[in-house]
Design a protein around this ligand. Structure first.
Ligand code: NA7
Length: 546
């Protein structure tokens, strides 16, 4: 590896600080760095936090853990790491996940090319020499030929748009900006706003030790059992022996997950059969199985979806002792699986505790957050701690947080006004030499699997451009039009695209995010990879190259 100013052989960016700058040291960023080094690029990662890990660095809230099987949610690029790293739980908790990421950083000495405490504020394309000029929040400038954004699609947290949100004078945390020091709940009156996947993980954990917990719920979700358990040495050996088959299954599945869909439709089976099927998945099926291995029409057919939703609703009724609370916990405005299904362990039972209370803010809206608590239309609730599990400005939020400008000063935010437009989710016309890992319109699903593909595709492309002395690469307007239309078409018919969630671009706390859009690719992951492989196989001729 050459250091700054010492171009390596084949350096495609003489006179520039780096060949490649990567923004973000989450999973996308660290794997990008690994690959870029392997390919001999002069690369650097700029990261706002004090450590690597991205999502798993920031989301230290109580109960944070994988909802996908640990072994399906790890990188596969290094056989050595696969051999050396043991998982201790089927669904690892955040500390173990962060330890895994740090293990990778240590093993491959990644930190030496990651610059921490460096928040990128600006990235402008310089047409005079086909490069990017990047500025950090301390005003330092970096230049590079290629810019890779690895900034995550759930990384820009949002606070609720409730009057007084900044007035609370006691301890308050957003789940995604959790402090590194230990936080305790014993003897404390804790309030928590938000019951998405994060809020649910948090509630069930805090309920174990809290003095009193008040959950402020606007929309309930269809949470189902995670079925986590420890992995002992023997089981780990058996899982490891199965890695090739396991990764192959992920590769073949629709969203890169371990779980294959049930091939039959609900209408093809009797009531007894489907109930026994669901009962088995609910009682024994690990992780997303009830969601992803369900009858194939549940995600598309309203009637099939309603039958399944009613069945899950009865499960909630059976588990929550107070009937009025149970009814409040049953979603009415969306069917099972039409939003990301949160995974739970004794979540519903938490509401059977005398020190946990559910406040439905659609019945008694929050009027004000005060210096000492929350005032609803009915009462004043005093709190020692307030937790915001209120989600993210998803997918485009992290891009909007930077001033990214392409050709002729065009702002990315303006290019994406109304809805993102991309070519295969990794490039945008008007923004030459910029590549996005986990940008909008990409196939997300099982994220590390998707990251591995996207980063390999991007870094292979950069190696090709370097070999061919290509210094300018831009998506065409036609390519962007075609891919964006394809993304919209692929979403048709799925019930998930008819509900409000971060997956359809809705964030009720942000005035500009009130209209449903298609912000992710919902076609099949194998299809996505096949299409992108075709672009590479064709020598990237669908791009403008110079
Ligand atoms: P989500 O899924 O966006 O959930 C945010 C939650 O916060 C949701 O229940 C919201 O209710 C609630 N919320 C947001 N603003 C308010 C206000 N103003 N008042 C009351 N309640 C509010 O974010 P998560 O962090 O849970 O999960 C994000 C993803 O991370 C998840 O899908 C996983 O893939 C990992 P709403 O539904 O808007 O009524």
């Amino acid at each position: 590896m050459g250091s700054v100013g010492e171009p390596t052989l084949n350096d495609s960016a003489k006179g520039l600080d780096y060949e490649v700058l990567v923004i973000g040291a989450g999973l996308s960023g660290i794997f990008s760095l690994y690959r870029l080094r392997e390919l001999g690029f002069r690369a650097r990662v700029l990261e706002a936090g004090s450590g690597a890990g991205g999502t798993w660095y920031w989301n230290r809230y109580p109960g944070a853990r994988f909802d996908s099987e640990s072994y399906s949610y790890q990188f596969t690029f290094s056989q050595e790491v696969l051999d050396e790293w043991d998982w201790t739980e089927h669904f690892a908790g955040q500390p173990e996940i962060l330890a895994y990421i740090n293990f990778l950083c240590d093993k491959f000495d990644l930190r030496s090319d990651i610059q921490f405490h460096t928040k990128v504020t600006t990235a402008h394309f310089d047409q005079s020499n086909n490069s990017w000029r990047v500025l950090d929040d301390a005003g330092k400038q970096y230049t590079c030929r290629w810019l890779v954004t690895a900034i995550g699609f759930l990384s820009a947290p949002t606070l609720p748009n409730i009057p007084g949100v900044h007035d609370f004078k006691r301890e308050a945390h957003h789940t995604s900006r959790w402090p590194q020091h230990p936080v305790t709940y014993e003897g404390k009156r804790v309030g928590l706003i938000g019951t998405g996947a994060t809020g649910i993980q948090c509630i069930q954990e805090i309920a174990k030790t809290v003095g009193h917990l008040t959950v402020f719920q606007r929309t309930p979700n269809w949470a189902v059992p995670l079925h986590n358990s420890p992995i002992d040495k023997d089981e780990m050996s058996a899982i490891r022996a199965d890695y090739p088959a396991l990764f192959d299954r992920c590769r073949r599945s629709y969203m890169n997950f371990l779980h294959m869909p049930e091939t039959r439709a609900l209408s093809e089976v009797s009531q007894e059969e489907r109930e026994a099927f669901w009962e088995n998945l609910y009682d024994n099926g690990r992780g997303f199985r009830l969601w992803l291995s369900n009858y194939r029409d549940v995600a598309f057919d309203k009637e099939a979806n309603k039958i399944c939703s009613d069945w899950v609703a009865d499960k909630i009724r059976q588990r929550v002792k107070d009937p009025a609370t149970a009814e409040r916990l049953i979603p009415r405005n969306h069917g099972f699986g039409t939003k990301r299904v949160p995974m739970e362990t004794n979540y519903y039972e938490a509401y059977n505790q005398s020190n946990v209370r559910l406040v439905d803010v659609t019945e008694t809206p929050i009027e004000q957050i005060t210096a000492t608590g929350i005032r609803t239309s009915k009462e004043e609730i005093e709190l020692d701690m307030l937790i915001y599990a209120t989600g993210f400005d998803a997918v485009t939020g992290a891009f909007d947080a930077m001033d990214i400008r392409g050709l002729d000063g065009l702002r990315l935010q303006d290019r994406w006004e109304g809805s993102p437009r991309t070519y295969v989710g990794m490039t945008v016309d008007g923004f030459p030499n910029m590549f996005m890992s986990m940008g909008p319109h990409q196939s997300y699903g099982n994220i590390p699997r998707s990251i591995e593909y996207a980063v390999n595709w991007i870094t292979d492309a950069l190696a090709h451009f370097r070999e061919k002395d290509i210094v300018y690469v831009e998506a065409t307007a036609e390519g962007v039009e075609m891919w964006t239309e394809h993304v919209i078409d692929a979403a048709k018919g799925s019930l998930a695209n008819e509900v409000d969630s971060w997956m359809t671009g809705i964030n009720r706390n942000l005035p500009g995010k009130q209209r449903r859009i298609i912000n992710r690719y919902t076609g099949s992951a194998p299809g996505f990879r096949g299409f992108c492989d075709g672009i590479a196989g064709g020598g990237y001729s669908t791009f403008k190259l110079a």
